[in-house]
Design a binder for this molecule. Structure first.
Ligand SMILES: NC(=O)c1ccc[n+]([C@@H]2O[C@H](COP(=O)([O-])OP(=O)(O)OC[C@H]3O[C@@H](n4cnc5c(N)ncnc54)[C@H](O)[C@@H]3O)[C@@H](O)[C@H]2O)c1
Length: 350
């Protein structure tokens, strides 16, 4: 078991790793007048802590404004007041939609994240980015508001299909390649233990991933042009791939392809060591995260999505670029140049 806290403008956030979620939740709930739990449709019986439970359709199709309205209607019917708490139990899609609903219900109530996928354990549960997709655009509606606690119970991973399980390693490899070479080496060197879901190896990787993310969030919580942009490495192209393919490719695999593409573009721009795309291809490939994506067929939509990317400033994108494994810098690239290099470098991945 590991525990740490991080500071935010909403107060201190507790992060508990490799714990029993029901024991932890029971301890927390005594601070509130009421609770409402929102649980992924994949694990409907997951939480038995005495809160009313609403089952949520997860995946990108459930991450929309109608789900938010249904949640708000339901909790309002329950009479949950401003001293109540929402508990989100699911993958990143459920946590994003529940966190967003909590942030706007009665102008904001507390929420607790209980992630149930590897990706949500190492990334989505921490950092306070909440939101939904709309107009075919990923996360176009949302706010930044921190959870009160993140409770990580590895027993949820017992039912998670392998394809979803490995998705989270795209984000772990992202932390490694951008800011933590030791983490990347560990993930490459302990692949067998991690793929067999060994608790000790997982605990270290989840802890190290979340500590990296938490320290970045503490320094640039609101993502105002500071360090937090690094967490978006691979996501400019990754989100574009997700949108262009109608979200038929998982977030983890889209980010994996996005990182390889952005690394190749970085090499062409003269910032990135040629070792970086090679290391990414090797590490992501060893976790089965490289999917052949028909970028050529989706290039128009990708350009469209890139030009609407939230990192755009006028005719430029401000992108995190990995210079060498474990090091990155912020680079301003013209949108025209960036899209031209994406077309030239990323038609075929790997
Ligand atoms: N807010 C953030 O900071 C942040 C960061 C990264 C990703 N995200 C978002 O997270 C989402 C991706 O998250 P994800 O990869 O967890 O996907 P997901 O939430 O879509 O879940 C993937 C699948 O796993 C199933 N599932 C969940 N838990 C399960 C379990 N324990 N056993 C069996 N099946 C289970 C779900 O039903 C779903 O089919 C994307 O929408 C992405 O944008 C948000």
């Amino acid at each position: 078991m590991r525990e740490f806290t991080y500071k935010s403008r909403d107060g201190e956030v507790r992060v508990l790793i490799n714990v029993n979620h029901e024991e932890c939740l029971r301890g927390l709930l005594s601070n509130y007048t009421g609770c409402a739990a929102f649980v992924s449709r994949s694990i409907p019986g997951a939480v038995k802590v005495g809160c009313p439970v609403m089952v949520i359709d997860d995946g990108e199709s459930g991450k929309d404004i109608n789900t938010v309205l249904n949640i708000i209607k339901w909790v309002h019917g329950l009479g949950l007041d401003r001293d109540g708490v929402f508990i989100g139990v699911g993958g990143g899609s459920v946590l994003d939609v529940v966190g967003f609903s909590a942030s706007i219900y009665l102008r904001g109530v507390d929420y607790v994240n209980v992630p149930t996928t590897t990706l949500s354990m190492v990334d989505a549960a921490l950092g306070g980015k909440t939101g939904v997709n709309a107009l075919g655009i990923k996360n176009v509606i949302g706010v930044i508001r921190q959870p009160r606690a993140v409770i990580i119970d590895f027993s949820f991973l017992d039912t998670l299909p392998m394809q979803n399980y490995v998705d989270g390693f795209a984000e772990v490899i992202k932390y490694g390649v951008t800011m933590d070479e030791e983490l990347l080496e560990y993930v490459i060197g302990n692949k067998d233990a991690l793929l067999s879901r060994d608790g000790e190896a997982l605990e270290w990787v989840v802890y190290r991933s979340l500590i990296n993310k938490a320290r970045v969030v503490e320094r640039d919580e609101l993502d105002r042009g500071g360090e937090r942009v690094v967490l978006n490495y691979g996501h400019t192209v990754g989100h574009a791939i997700e949108s262009a393919t109608g979200f038929s490719i998982s977030h983890g695999r889209a980010v994996a392809a996005g990182m390889i593409c952005e690394a190749r573009v970085g090499v062409r721009l003269g910032y990135t060591s040629p070792d970086v795309p090679k290391t990414l291809t090797h590490s992501l490939g060893s976790y089965g995260l490289i999917t052949r994506i028909d970028i050529a067929g989706a290039i128009g939509s990708i350009i469209n999505a890139v030009t609407r990317d939230k990192k755009r400033s006028g005719n430029y994108l401000k992108l995190p670029v990995v210079t060498d494994v474990g090091r990155w810098e912020l680079v301003k690239v013209g949108i025209g140049e960036f899209t031209r290099l994406v077309i030239e470098e990323c038609r075929s991945i790997p």
